[in-house]
Design a protein around this ligand. Sequence first.
Ligand code: NAP
Length: 270
Amino acid sequence: MKTILITGSSSGIGRAAAQYFWRQGWNVVATMRSPEKETELSRLDRVLVTRLDVLEKETIHHAIAKGIEHFGKIDVLLNNAGYAAIGAFEAATDLQVKRQFDVNVFGTFHTTQSILPHFRKNKGGTVINISSVGGRIAFPLLTLYHASKFAVEGFSESLFYELATQNIKVKVVEPGNVTTDFTGRSMEILTDDDLDSYRTYTETVVKKQMESFQTNISSPELIAETIYEAAIDSSDRFRYVVGEDAQFLLKMRAESTDEHFMEVISSNFS
Ligand code: NAP
């Protein structure tokens, strides 16, 4: 029986993935920042709910050790925990800039580095990183988020080669918009009352960004299904684009010049 360890299982994609893998008969190490609040996943057999905050390295080591102790081994790591900062770059404090990278990028680095000795010992394993269509194209006012997801993409693509020598697979899942609490609990608004000259633009773009999250969206279950497809795929496929919006945007990006693509994005947000 296979085992997956998931970060950010308290909601959205991470939670849907925990339920989906469980339904497929897998063992699940469902990690989250506040496991004491979890009431549903902890009732399922083959699910170990345990604490992991990607900002606290010792919780990463502890969750991995607990998962191995409980289920014997871990086969797949799903780096899912993440959030987005939205607003003018100039408005971001040092702390906000750092936190975006600490969670989305360094969190992914630390969990990956922590599981690798176990995967090498087992002579196999799979690391799946939740990137985004926003890991390959960028929208206005999401500088920090895109920078973090572009970093996850570069990290994953390079890591793919060295881990192939260890029989460890690396894959990225790239969703478009998904119906989760991403625009609620996982959206940090960057504001600075002194930055008046961005105000009108920011209000227009943030409103349109939020509206875009209401249309052409995929369910977290669809993303979970794609993550599962990636987990059981023994081929060397690296990218899993999911959602009609993501497919459409990446196709348009591939077929356009930078100038044309950026003009389309710009006019969509004005
Ligand atoms: P979500 O429902 O808000 O879930 C985000 C999860 O990340 C929550 O479980 C949250 O835990 C967790 N988290 C945040 N900071 C953490 C930390 N320091 N340590 C551990 N966990 C932490 O949003 P979601 O849409 O499922 O997002 C999951 C992933 O999908 C993110 O990487 C996001 O960038 C990516 N994604 C989302 C969309 C979308 O449209 N929703 C599109 C593309 C990619 P708490 O409950 O403790 O806050």
